[in-house]
Every structure is written in structure tokens, then in C-alpha cells.
Design a protein around this ligand. Sequence first.
Ligand code: ARG
Length: 290
Amino acid sequence: MCYKYTYELINILILYIGNVKLKKLRGINTMKKQFKIIVMFLSFALLLAACGKSNETSSDSSKNDKVLKMATSADFKPFESRDKEGNIIGFDIDLANLIAEELGYKLDVQDMNFDGLIGALQSKRVDMVMAGMSTTEKRKKNVDFSEEYHRSGEMFLSLPDKKLENLEGLKGKTVGVQLGTIQEEGANELSKKYGFTVKPVDNAGVLIQELLSNRVDAVYMDSVVAVGYRDEQGLYGFDDPTTSSPGMAIAFPKGSDLVDDVNKALDKLEKAGKIKELKEKWELDQVSIE
Ligand code: ARG
């Protein structure tokens, strides 16, 4: 836009100089005209300088430079985990990238403990959280949620040579859970009826280590994630028949303007079949509940 004006001004200037030269040839007084040329040169220089400036600001505020700060807890494969090189990968990360792209943001992912995520939103250290987070009523008091994008259940895992096959079998045992999750809450409830001890651990990877090294008798976790560990480590698992967990959604600081935009993006991606594609890629639907 700005360069268009500059270009036009150059054209006028060339025409004008040509004209003055002609008049000079014809012997017409040119003092006044030369003054005009100087003024035009000066305005041309000013316009160019202004162009440079306005260009800087327009790229500053250009959409792709806007950063969307997202936090996750990368210990929850296939939703979010670290690959061998240490990159954070998974369904949530892919989906977050699609949303950011749709809304014209650059995505910045930060890794933290799951039980620190709500606090990070409340203190506005991040703009959103994607961490396979379930939309509980309790959390809704402190954060806002997008529409739900996935739903799964819970599973108990135990060692193959010390199989625990049902809730009654948990009596007197120690069950590990991830700190701050709905599984921690659920296990605390179930423990009253089935008489087991709950051991909270802050990282889901460490939780599996606790089981493999016999420091807990079972772990209680999201069934999509549990099935991954079950197959990878040859563990034994049974589904919790008692729970019906709320779906997973993206969380935001209360009152965030992003909720609407993200919901629109989610809807668009859903209609374009992109979410289904990602669920297939990360094999989420093998154990999901409709
Ligand atoms: N869905 C469960 C919850 O919201 C567990 C989520 C754990 N997520 C994670 N990234 N470790 O409480």
C-alpha cells in the first residue's frame, strides 16, 4: 500500500523533471520549478522512511508472530510424551498445532507436572492447557474448558505374576495414582469401599516404575494410557466398572477470549475430518467410550 504511493510519487517526479527540462530548453524561467522538485524529493524521502516504519509494525503485529503459550504434562502417551530426542509429541500436541495454525498463532509448549497446570492457568503464566485434562465440576470453578475432544475410562494395572483381577482383589493393597488427577480422586473414593491404600506420585512415568519395582501393587490410570503401558510392559489390566469420567478438553484461564476461537477451530477441524485423522494416528479410539 505504502510502496504503491511511493511508486506513484516517483512517476510524478520523473514526469515533472522531464517537463521542467523541456521548458528550460524553451527558455522558460525554472527557479520556481526547481524549488518544487526539491520539495517533491523531500516528501519522497519522508514517504520512504514512513514505509520502512509501517512495515516493521505490521510484521510485529502480524498473526504468525503471535505466540500461544500452552502447558502440558508430557508423561501421558499417546496424548503427550517425549520422543527419544526429547521432543514433546502426541495427540494433544498435534491438535494444538492445528488449532494454533487455524487461529494464526505460533505454538509454544511448556512441560510441567500435571498438578501444576491449573495454577499455571490461574496465574496466567500460560494461555491454555492440553494434557488429556478431564472437565470436572471442581476444575470448572477455576478454569474454563473448550468443547470436549475425547472420552475414555479408567483401568487398574498390575504385574503379570501378581495379577489383580477385580476391585475386591485390591483389599489391603497399595494403588498408585498420578497426583492431581481424577484418578487420584476416584481411587480415594474407591479405597473406602474396597479397603486399599492410595499412593499419589507426581509423574505418570514414575508411577509405572513404582509398579515395575514392586513399590505399589497396582496403578490406576486413564485406560488409553494404561493400555499402552500394558502392551509395552506386558502388564495385566482390568477396566474399572464403576466410573464414568467426564471427557477431555482444553483448559483456559477463567474468562479467556480464546475459548470461543478455539471452539470454532475445533468445530472446523472436526468437520474437516482432521480430529478423526489424529485419533487414528495416535490410536485413541481403540479403548475409547462413545
Ligand atoms: N484425565 C485425567 C485428569 O484429567 C488424567 C490426565 C493426566 N494427564 C497427563 N498429562 N498426565 O485428571
